[in-house]
Structures are given as C-alpha cells and as structure tokens.
Write a protein that binds this ligand. Sequence first.
Ligand SMILES: Cc1ncc(COP(=O)(O)O)c(C=O)c1O
Length: 402
Amino acid sequence: MTQTTNGINGNGHSASTDLLDTPSAYTQKSNKTHTSIDLRSDTVTVPSLEMRQAMAEAIVGDDVYGEDTTTVRLEQRCAELFGKEAGLFVASGTMGNLLAIMAHCQRGEEIIVGRYNHIHRWEQGNYAQLAGISATTLEVKPDGTMDLDDIEQAIRVQGGYIQIYDESSDTEVTSIPDCHMPASKLICIENTHNYTGGKALPIDWMRSVKMLAERRSLKVHMDGARIYNAAISCNTTVKQIASFADTVQMCFSKGLGAPVGSILVGPKAFIDKARHSRKALGGGWRQSGVLAAAAHVALDHAEATIKADHERAKKLSKMINEATPEALRTKVYAKENDITNMVLIHCENGVSVQQLTDFFQKHDILAMTFDARRIRMVLNWNVNDENLDTIVEVYKKFVAQL
Ligand SMILES: Cc1ncc(COP(=O)(O)O)c(C=O)c1O
C-alpha cells in the first residue's frame, strides 16, 4: 500500500511489527564522563593515534581549486572501491544524501523513500525544505525493505505522462498526459537500515529494486552510511552492494571511526552536479586533506573494525539474554538474529525503556532510547570485551531489582 501520510494507528504503532512512531532520543542529554562506556551510537568514537598522526602529516591544498591531493586521492579511492566513476568528499551523511537527491531530481520532482529511512525521518525533510523536492513515503518492513508492489504503485508521472502497464506482460500499453502529479525520479534505500536495528538489506531485494527502477526509468540512491556493515554481514564486498544502486553515500564518521566526513559516489556527470551544489550549501572545503587523511586510515582498517563490532554485538545480545532470569524473558530481551553492530533491548509488559536507560546511566553506561519499546546499544571501536562484562554486570543488577 502506498502511503503519502503517516499511516500510524491510534497507539503510535505502525503496520510493521517492532517499529514504532514514538520519538527517538537522538540528542538526549547524557552526562558523559571520561569513564563512560558510550553505546549511544557508532558516531561517538574519538580518532585513533594513527588517524591523528595522518591528519598532522596530511599533504593539503585548496580543495575548491581541486588542489587538495589527499582529498582527491580519497575520492578516487572510493570511486574504485564502490565501482563507480567518481566520488565527492562531503561534510556529513546528511549532506551527501541531500546532494544526491538534488542531483537526481529537479525542483517539483519526487523521491520514493521508506518512512523510517534516515533521509525522510531524521534529515528534517531537507529535500523539501531546501530543494523543493517532495516524497512519497512507504511502509518499511522489519528487515528494512519496502514492498516491491508498493514501490511500483508509488511511481507516478514520468515526463508529464502516467504510464499504464499490462500486469501480465509487464509492458507499457499506453500513457496518459497528466499535470497533477510530480514526476517520480528516485528510489531511496538504506543499507544497513538504522531504525530496523542495523539490518543488512537482502541482496535479492536490492537486485529487484534496481531492476524495477531500470524498467521504469528511475534511479536508485543508497544511503549506505553503514554500507561496510552491510557488506560484512552479507559476506561480500561494498562494490557488490553498491552495484544495486546508481549512487551511494557512505559515512566515515560512523563505525569506521573517522572524526568527520562522508563520501558520495556515482557517475561523473552526477558527481559534477553534486560538487556544484555542495558549494551552494557552503560545503566547499579548503584544506580538507586533514579530514580526508583520517578517512584514508579508517578505510585501511574498515573490514577489521566492522568485523570486531559485529562480533561484540552478537556476544553482548547473547550475554544479555543469558543474564535475564526465565521469568523476565517476555519483559526484557535482546534480538539476536541478523545483528550487525547494533543491539536492541526490548522492554515490555511493565518494564520501561526509561527505567533501564536511567539504570545504565547511573552506572556510567550510555545507551539510546530508540523508541517507546527499544533501547539501542551500538558497538564501536571505543568499546572492548572488558566493557561488555561491565555492561552485563550492571544489567544483572537491574534485573535483580525488578
Ligand atoms: C542511515 C543514516 N544515514 C545518514 C545519516 C546521517 O549522517 P550524518 O550524521 O553524518 O549527517 C545517519 C546518521 O546517523 C544514518 O544513520
């Protein structure tokens, strides 16, 4: 079913199981100390000594003039890594996604996006606010995918015409001129999918979305903020994951651990357009090599870093479930299947997320209230095995006093 509005039922529950429409506390005050174990996000890491050294020694120039060789090398390296023609280093994932939408769509055109995708739910509707582009939002399933029929039905006008398809032969039978609707241009997917708990999108689903888009002359943009997590989870390469999208945005500042920056990759003409718009958004860098140098180090260690986070996430969710007394297992539990770097602790039937996050906080462990029923703990390279033991000891104290 296509949804252009929220589709929320009276309880704030969406049609997808697990996912709620309650607010996430992304910018919750935390009283972080230097001893805190910080699991609110994979964005909280501090740069390694190796990164800091690379930053100090980076060869830099004015990037607006194309003279920052460290940045230029990073863009070329990523283009190759993702199997695309060109790359653009940008300040953030939000900027990369917005530039992608602006380069794919004109004002008055439309994207198709999951209503729980970061692009729609956590980027202030910037595509509308700043670029005059609208969205049809679709239900997101617990695995981070959208229904293929929903996507197909959401496609509206192309070139001023509504295409009528014969479902049995899947061929266009006629097209009718229509001036009421925006032209659909872009399908936005997210991999891994943050709000579903860092789920890696199934390869077959991505392939089907790409084929659908090609058949209907649309493009696919992947918000691959955590594409490395997807690749590791699917036991494949980022190049293969990226092959199911025309353009991809990836963050260096999440699990990869760099302090700042994202990469946008795609065809050269697309990147040229995005580079032009980046300047209008105030994103033209000068000596950006100091940041690109940290991103290079992040890439050097990407696989090992992400693998370690995934292993610890699996371990932590298992340890939490093992530490939960039998009688409480319907009230507090961690999902153990299809985990990447996020552990979601569900609190139900009289145990509230606030109780548990406050308890953790009192013991210097920071977690995020994800929605009314879930707490998110994101493994990151600042969290070690000893920290896992501490987290579980505190958790045991929590369940003991319930
Ligand atoms: C899936 C996803 N996309 C995009 C972003 C935006 O990245 P940034 O915070 O660098 O703007 C985030 C940030 O959490 C994210 O989780």
